[in-house]
Write a protein that binds this ligand. Structure first.
Ligand code: SF4
Length: 650
């Protein structure tokens, strides 16, 4: 195939008319542009990778950066990146006939073999439709021809891709590093054979592997009450369940090794190293923790090497140590000390997103602030009352929290941020009002131990959205009106407090976006029509409050679900029962459904006062959640006993 023409000559003269034109230009440090034909005739496999949000959010995304590098390291693969274009650029592109393009070589997306999208949130779905449409790729998988790329989804939202099933050719669950190469090999072999059987055949080859979900090979039937009757493969050789991928040796995959340095302003401007993957703390609301099990640590040596290499290759001055709960790494103390020693006196600063409520985090934060900058401290008790924290299995007592913040304030911190959720199962107004009580106690303690009056505590509140593959997947989501009432009561309680109110910051969002996220998270294939209706009605960038329109989603749901017997509430505020077939039951995260159900029942029992705690299987015996035997994996933690050596100055 001859190389497609770059769209840049059409784009360039129009750039001055759009906002932040630099985001469409490409050429970032460590970006890659390869020959279109880098392998022998017909054997190059080409990927367009998209993070379906604006450049400023999409560029720092670790998942896309890692896959971009892993793919481009193969001399027979071309991988380029594309991001969602802002509405002003969309208008320019539509007027001038410029298709969705990659920022690397400005090639049209339609010319690639695979169009891979990474969804960390479901609110990017309308951006996917917009990109497909701008690319000239039919929205529906059924309408695509051999000239169109394979449209493939990954990321956390792909653990229930059913709402976008009609728009996808395939989806992958879990870690992407190895599977993108496996997919590339299937596509390469099929192309080298002259594309026998066309698109249907390459999708069949992907599906029979058991590791790649191809929605068109599964039929969904519905019962009279609107629930799913069954999801079954519709042709021979297609597995009943599709398994997630688990990368077991993180040290063997030390990416990103060439971090992209953005040209335009982005949400994170630092080099991030993932220090472990997975979490087994068992917080019942946390989809990320459940679907990324088991815990697999990167060794202290690899972390040190990655930090050193990343700084050298990128010039970033800030390094973030990422994971779902970074302080849980078995050697985090040595990692913190080793890195702080290495970079003391340099302009490199280190940060650790700290969420665990214990004094250990303060020690770590102190270690990291040795190099000048003192980052904020954030703790996430998640539930306002002790009862709620038992329901969600977040075993933090009020005593723990007060003790920890006392340590922080006495070590010179003036400001602590606390993160909570509203709308958790069995929650009452009283549970939420406990947030105010906690915040007041935090301020009082801070004033007491520091002897100062300028102590602050910011309370940040997010709405709980029940997610697939968690024990709360059966729960009723709280309607947005009640969410908003509770938030208002809490805000008034904080504001009305003469003694502490002014010292407490209060951040929250209204409940409406959470309902749409809930619809997209637990929806089935019928929800696809809603997404398409919203997009046709102008819906884009639903994760941005200035672009999000709840009324548009409500109107689209009424229109698209008319005659189906189900509605927006049915998908969101309805509790599911044990026997219901859930839209994602055929997608295997490794978690045993019976274990999830038992954990859900434990949550309800805890709500009534039962003292049931699920401990972390890193430190206690396995409690059979199902993942390790099902996936052939195991918990992989240190300590390794390694230490970071000082770097020799060159
Ligand atoms: S199977 Fe056992 S060891 Fe593995 S993640 Fe589940 S509880 Fe932990």
């Amino acid at each position: 195939m001859s190389a497609p023409a770059s769209v840049f000559p059409m784009l360039e003269p129009r750039l001055p008319s759009v906002s932040k034109p630099i985001q469409y230009v490409g050429g970032e440090l460590n970006s890659t542009v390869k020959d279109w034909d880098c392998a022998p005739e017909g054997e190059t496999v080409r990927w367009a990778l998209m993070y379906p949000d604006a450049y400023e959010v999409g560029l720092p995304n670790q998942g896309v950066q890692i896959l971009y590098e892993v793919l481009n390291e193969r001399d027979w693969i071309v991988a380029e990146r594309t991001y969602a274009v802002w509405p002003d650029m969309e208008q320019v592109m539509r007027e001038a006939g410029i298709p969705q393009f990659t920022v690397d070589a400005h090639r049209p997306i339609k010319a690639f073999d695979v169009f891979g999208l990474s969804f960390s949130t479901e609110l990017g779905y309308t951006n996917m439709l917009n990109a497909l449409d701008l690319a000239g790729i039919p929205l529906h998988s059924a309408d695509r021809t051999d000239e169109d790329p394979i449209v493939l989804a990954g990321g956390h939202a792909a653990f229930n891709p059913e709402p976008i099933a009609d728009f996808l050719d395939a989806a992958v669950l879990g870690d992407g590093e190895e599977v993108v190469l496996a997919i590339s090999e299937v596509v390469r072999d099929w192309k080298a054979e002259g594309c026998p059987g066309g698109r249907d055949e390459v999708l069949r080859r992907l599906a029979v592997s058991g590791n790649i979900y191809v929605p068109r090979f599964y039929d969904v039937t519905y019962a009279a009450d609107g629930t799913i009757e069954a999801v079954v493969p519709n042709r021979p050789g297609i597995p009943f369940r599709v398994r997630k991928h688990t990368l077991m040796d993180l040290d063997a995959w030390p990416y990103p090794a060439k971090p992209l340095v953005p040209l335009a302003e982005t949400v994170h401007e630092r080099f991030s190293v993932e220090i472990f993957r997975g979490c087994t703390r068992g917080c019942r609301f946390c989809q990320a923790g459940m679907i990324t099990r088991p815990v697999r640590e990167r060794s202290i040596k690899t972390i040190g090497d990655m930090v050193e290499n990343g700084i050298r290759k990128s010039g970033f001055e800030e390094v973030g140590l990422l994971s779902l709960s970074s302080a849980d790494h078995t050697e985090i103390g040595d990692v913190a000390k080793g890195l702080a020693d290495r970079y003391e006196g340099s302009n490199v600063s280190l940060s650790l997103p700290s969420t665990r409520v214990d004094a250990f985090n303060i020690t770590l934060a102190n270690e990291f602030s040795r190099n000048g900058r003192r980052s904020g401290l954030t703790f996430a008790p998640e539930g306002g009352s002790e009862r709620m924290r038992k329901v969600i299995n977040k075993m933090v007592t009020e005593e723990d929290l007060i003790r920890t913040v006392a340590t922080a304030y006495s070590h010179g911190w003036r400001q602590v941020k606390l993160y909570f959720m509203v709308g958790l199962p069995t929650e009452t107004d009283e549970d939420v009002l406990q947030v105010a009580e906690l915040a007041k106690k935090v301020i009082a303690k801070g004033r007491e131990v520091s002897g100062r009056n300028d102590i602050r505590c910011t309370v940040s509140i997010g709405g709980f959205v029940p997610k697939p593959h968690t024990p709360f997947q059966w729960a009723a989501q709280l309607d947005h009106e009640t969410t908003d009432e509770r938030l208002k009561k809490l805000r008034d309680t904080v504001r009305d407090d003469k003694k502490y109110g002014r010292a407490i910051g209060f951040r929250y969002h209204d409940g409406k976006p959470g309902i749409v996220e809930g619809l997209l998270s637990r929806g089935d294939r019928r929800v696809g029509r809603i997404i398409e209706t919203v997009w046709r009605d102008g819906g884009r960038f639903d994760g941005w409050s200035e672009h999000f329109s709840y009324d548009r989603w409500v109107g689209a749901a009424e229109q698209a679900l008319a005659g189906t017997g189900v509605d927006l509430d049915w998908f969101t505020t309805r509790e599911r029962d044990h026997d219901e077939v859930l839209p994602w039951d055929h997608l295997d995260s490794g978690l045993d459904k019976d274990w999830l159900w038992a954990d859900w029942e434990d949550a309800l029992a805890a709500a009534d006062g039962a003292d049931i705690e699920v401990e972390d299987c890193r430190w206690t015996p396995c409690y059979d959640c199902g993942v390790c035997p099902e996936m052939g994996t195991e918990i992989q933690i240190g300590p390794t006993g390694q230490k970071l050596l000082p770097l020799s100055v060159v």
